[in-house]
Design a protein around this ligand. Structure first.
Ligand code: NAP
Length: 332
């Protein structure tokens, strides 16, 4: 069936400038790390992408290695672009990354110019695109000069294969150095992609400050700690959940008693606000002005619907934020 996007898609999603750049991102973005690979049901992946677009989610985040197998999430994106979304290319912000192991030998990993440029060419081919909107270096490389890695990002942007440059998983001091180099080359770094959720708050310790000082945006990933910050694991590990899958990155050992006790209390707090714990956890990440967008994952259309519903809830007030702090700091 020919896809016709909802005419209401731009009526409820807020869009925010990414730092001081001219690029706006939706409050909620969708990532294709899990559930869009060759091992997944294509019809479900396609349905999630189209539902997201119908809800005003204009930003889709990928990386060379998303799958499994690596590369297959970009192939899925390519297929959906070809059949449904290509005509809306100018309404989409598609990102990709390189920095983790992608192919055998010395040139398929980390941060060399050789790797980044070849990897982006491969990503573009898999997605059937001429350019991505944002290209990130996925993680810092301790053995390649930062000047080389940032030089590769600069080259990629000036060659037109990406419109904007970003970094991911860089600590505050590494980020400062990278931003400085990119600025000196005339290609500003507009965005940092960083893990942030109630159980992992490292960005509060210096990174947000660096981003603010440099007029950069922040997109936060794994806001639900891969599904842990929902009610799904309160009574065991459900079949089909990320923790139950052999290729899922959420490991059983991550689901500790201490976390479950906190999740139970947070769930009650969410219920008092008439919302799901997932919505509460997402709203909590969005309370920082530096956070441009929250990057969710999903395995079903309903999870995307649930996330977007948070836009109808009022923001967390001081009292609720204090209650969350207390729950998170309690030792059980
Ligand atoms: N830059 C990096 O290094 C990096 C690293 C990791 C991720 N990322 C990006 O961030 C994106 C999001 O990461 P993530 O998938 O870990 O995010 P997440 O939002 O923390 O976790 C998503 C998972 O939570 C579960 N879930 C979502 N909504 C739910 C709901 N309403 N109720 C119950 N369960 C729900 C689903 O798991 P089930 O499958 O169990 O249903 C879903 O797959 C990735 O796709 C990727 O684009 C970037």
């Amino acid at each position: 069936m020919i896809y016709q996007p909802s005419e209401l898609r731009y009526t409820s999603m807020p869009y925010k400038y990414c730092g001081k750049s001219g690029l706006k991102l939706p409050t909620i973005s969708l990532g294709l790390w899990h559930n869009f690979g060759g091992v997944d049901v294509f019809g479900n992946s396609r349905a999630m992408l189209l539902r997201a677009f119908d809800l005003g989610i204009t930003h889709f985040d990928l990386a060379n290695n998303y799958g499994p197998p690596p590369g297959s999430a970009e192939e899925t994106m390519g297929k959906v672009l070809k059949t449904d979304l290509k005509v809306f290319r100018d309404e989409l912000v598609i990102s990709s990354k390189a920095g983790y192991t992608m192919w055998d030998g010395p040139y398929g990993d980390w941060g060399s110019r050789k790797y980044l440029i070849a990897s982006l060419d491969q990503s573009l081919k898999r997605m059937g695109l001429d350019y991505v909107d944002i290209f990130y270096h996925h993680r810092p490389d301790p053995n390649t000069p930062l000047e080389e890695t940032m030089g590769a990002l600069d080259h990629i942007v000036s060659s037109g294969k990406a419109l904007y440059a970003g970094i991911s998983n860089y600590k505050p001091d590494q980020a400062s150095k990278a931003i400085k180099i990119l600025n000196s080359l005339g290609t500003p770094c507009i965005i940092h992609q960083a893990k942030y959720n109630m159980f992992n708050r490292w960005i509060e310790d210096g990174l947000l400050k660096v981003l603010k000082e440099n007029g950069m945006g922040c997109i936060v990933f794994s806001p639900l700690a891969q599904g842990l910050l929902t009610d799904k694991y309160l009574h065991g590990i459900p079949e089909g959940s990320r923790a139950a899958k052999s290729h899922g990155a959420l490991k059983k050992k991550d689901i500790t008693e201490d976390k479950l006790l906190k999740i139970e209390k947070l769930n009650k707090l969410a219920q008092k606000r008439n919302q799901s714990l997932a919505q509460l956890a997402l709203s909590w990440t969005l309370r920082h002005e530096e956070v441009t967008s929250v990057l969710i994952g999903a395995s079903r259309v309903e999870q995307i619907n649930d996330a977007v519903e948070l836009l109808k809830n009022p923001k967390l007030d001081e009292n609720e934020l204090n209650k969350i702090e207390n729950i998170l700091s309690e030792s059980n």
